[in-house]
Design a protein around this ligand. Structure first.
Ligand code: NAD
Length: 321
């Protein structure tokens, strides 16, 4: 039986990735500083451990794993990464990645996947709502947050281990992944979850506050297609380039509110207020993933939003009981 290790298995994407590995018949160890918040893990074994500590990382990788996925990171939506959490984000995530690369080298793991982010792209290339992010536009580097700088540093760290030690390492830049089982309140939630919560809590005809003028654009990828992409990246031949994994259905934040309001069957008014809004425009350029894997995400945003909204509506109802 093949063995997989998922670091960050208590988080949103990690939870779904463990579930997928189990459906494929793997034996899975999950590791995280916390257990999943919204339901029991599907992992065969789950270590609650702080991966900033070298001995915990060495213990985590201590079996002959065929595949290791490193998702653990101190992160959140724009309301978290752009509001004075830079030092803890850089310190915690860099430390985790420094220990992971070295421990995986010593343990001789099979394949190692690192989840980077669209936040690595330079801010001056994302000044207009129509901005796209081909992989080779990451340099000359100038990410708009230190979260993005840490991801870029760690990309280079993993790439150097692949080069110098011949390790089989794959790096993927995720673009705004959303879906059920993700943080939806408390300050670390991302835009789709935050907007679904606000709309679920609002009355029909109510008004919600949106940070910035709402003209900033993003693309959002439903978690099932994210997991599918990660599995395809792991199944490909060794030596893949760094790939974007995101949707290319770009939408402004104000239009995203409209779309969720349609799903909720509510009339919602927007009040744009000052707040962190990030770069003006970002979209996943899927040219390279399509030509490399012969596959790219295709699902319409609306389909994913329907599933996310009904999950968040349920969470909001349960939390008000
Ligand atoms: P998440 O916050 O839900 O999951 C990250 C997990 O890492 C959390 O469960 C957290 O507890 C764990 N973690 C943090 N510090 C730890 C520590 N010291 N020891 C052990 N575990 C620790 O985030 P996610 O959305 O599931 O993201 C997974 C990965 O994908 C992250 O690396 C993130 O940067 C990357 N990513 C996510 C998105 C997205 O839109 N969700 C976009 C780009 C990149």
């Amino acid at each position: 039986m093949k063995k997989a290790l998922v670091c960050g298995a208590g988080g949103f994407i990690g939870y779904h990735l463990v579930k997928r590995y189990k459906e494929e018949g793997y034996w899975v160890r999950g590791v995280d500083i916390k257990k999943p918040l919204f339901g029991p893990t599907h992992a065969d074994e789950f270590f609650v451990a702080d991966l900033r500590m070298q001995e915990n990382v060495e213990k985590a990788v201590s079996l002959p794993f065929d595949e290791v996925c490193q998702l653990a990171a101190n992160m959140g939506g724009i309301g978290f990464i752009a509001t004075n959490h830079d030092a803890e984000i850089m310190h915690d995530s860099a430390k985790i990645n420094l220990h992971m690369t070295e421990a995986c080298r010593k343990a001789g793991v099979g394949k190692l996947l690192y989840t980077s982010s669209a936040c690595v792209y330079p801010k001056d290339k994302q000044m207009t709502p129509l901005a796209k992010c081909p992989e080779d536009s990451a340099y000359p580097a100038d990410p708009d947050t230190d979260y993005g700088w840490e991801k870029l540093f760690s990309e280079r760290l993993y790439a150097s281990y692949a080069r110098d030690y011949g390790m089989d390492i794959r790096i993927v830049r995720l673009h705004n992944i959303f879906g059920p089982q993700g943080t939806w309140r408390g300050g670390r939630e991302k835009a789709p979850a935050a907007l679904c919560r606000k709309i679920a809590e609002a009355a029909n005809g109510g008004t919600i506050e949106i940070w910035g003028n709402g003209q900033q654009t993003r693309s959002f990828l439903y978690v099932d297609e994210c997991i599918e992409g990660m599995r395809r990246i792991l199944a490909a031949e060794k030596g893949l380039p760094i790939l974007n994994l995101g949707s290319k259905e770009q939408i402004s934040i104000n239009d995203l509110v409209e779309l969720i309001a349609q799903v909720a069957n509510k009339k919602i008014f927007i009040h744009n207020i000052d707040g962190p809004e990030g770069v003006k425009g970002r979209n996943s350029d899927n040219t390279l993933i399509q030509s490399t894997l012969g596959w790219a995400p295709q699902q319409p945003l609306l389909h994913g939003l329907q599933k996310l909204y009904s999950w968040i509506e349920e969470q909001v109802k349960e939390s008000s009981l």
